[in-house]
Design a protein around this ligand. Sequence first.
Ligand code: ZN
Length: 407
Amino acid sequence: MKDRQKKSKGLKILIVFLILLVFAGGAFALYMYTTPQISLQGDKVMEVTMKNGYEEPGATASFAFHDISSHIDIDSQVDDSCVGSYKVIYTVHYLEKTATAERTVNVVDKEPPEMTLLKGDHLTVFASEVFEDPGVKAIDDSDGDVTWNVKAKGYVDMYNKGDYEIEYKVSDSYGNEAIAYRTVTVKGEPNKLKKGVIYLTFDDGPSNKVTKKILKTLEKYKVPATFFVIDYGDDPKKIALMQRALDDGCAIGVHGYSHDYSKIYKSPEAFMENVTKLHDKLLEDLGYDAFAMRFPGGSSNTVSISYCKGIMTDLVKLVQKEGYMYNDWNVDSTDASANSVPAKRIIASVKAGCDPEKYNIILMHDSDAKETTAEALPAIIKWAKKEGYEFRAMTPACPTYHHKVNN
Ligand code: ZN
């Protein structure tokens, strides 16, 4: 009996030993072949809005069904005050083993700049006064002061009472756009003129020959003018001439990139594209935001009937809606009536057409062929000054003279 008991005790020890061995082996194998696991809470790629605070969603970690989340180290580089793509690294060390996981956090700017209309969104001014836009201030959460980037559109006719709207637009570098509007009410009746006013206007330039001569005359007599230009290629001489005109206090208006009636009066879209193309080119080459425009052939032209019936009726509204002030003329120098119209005839036409009781908008040309216009100009200026006329360049608030639309 004693022997059998001894035997069975030995067997039990052996079994327990074997079981322990299996467990130890199993545990060893488990250790060898198991790695810590990290799982991110929330998305692997997250988007947060700037300055809105990044809240760490955290992660969990396990090692062979054992929760080791408390061992996770989080290394976050997220700076929510700055737009950018940031990494958050999660590391867990456990029993000499390491695992890492990574999250990408994109901080984005969706906030447009904040615009403040200086002196408020409604201004009242009296007719004939000089209107000076008090401007706006634009501050962006990521770009800072972006006032320099504000584009203003719209004009105020100080000689016609009514409500005018000015639109201000600004974008930050992430394309978030803010728009603000100001209404300007022009009140009262414009002053009666004490003396005549002349707006000299030159179409179809710039020309290295003729515009240069005209500028010399304007500089000599300290008289400004308005140039309605067409495409000038990339001629640096022509760009320099226009810059010189601006420096002299002249205005530059858009006549159109192309002057080809068959192309520009084909459709309202084609026309506006032709205007915008030149406007943007002037902005790029001279930093000048042209506000004035003149229709090739004038708004009264009938040549456009052959290309698009009724187009002028639409265009006169459309250009103003796009923020342009269009101006025809009420004094024709007749310099376009033939090639090389004698200077004497140009001078006589201007003298006959000007009236001290009105705003005289004189049509002249400064394309290469118009040498006699340049020749006539000194005599015109001398005569007008003697008669007491005042010369002005067009401004966004200057009087407009519109022809009767015939198409
Ligand atoms: Zn023209």
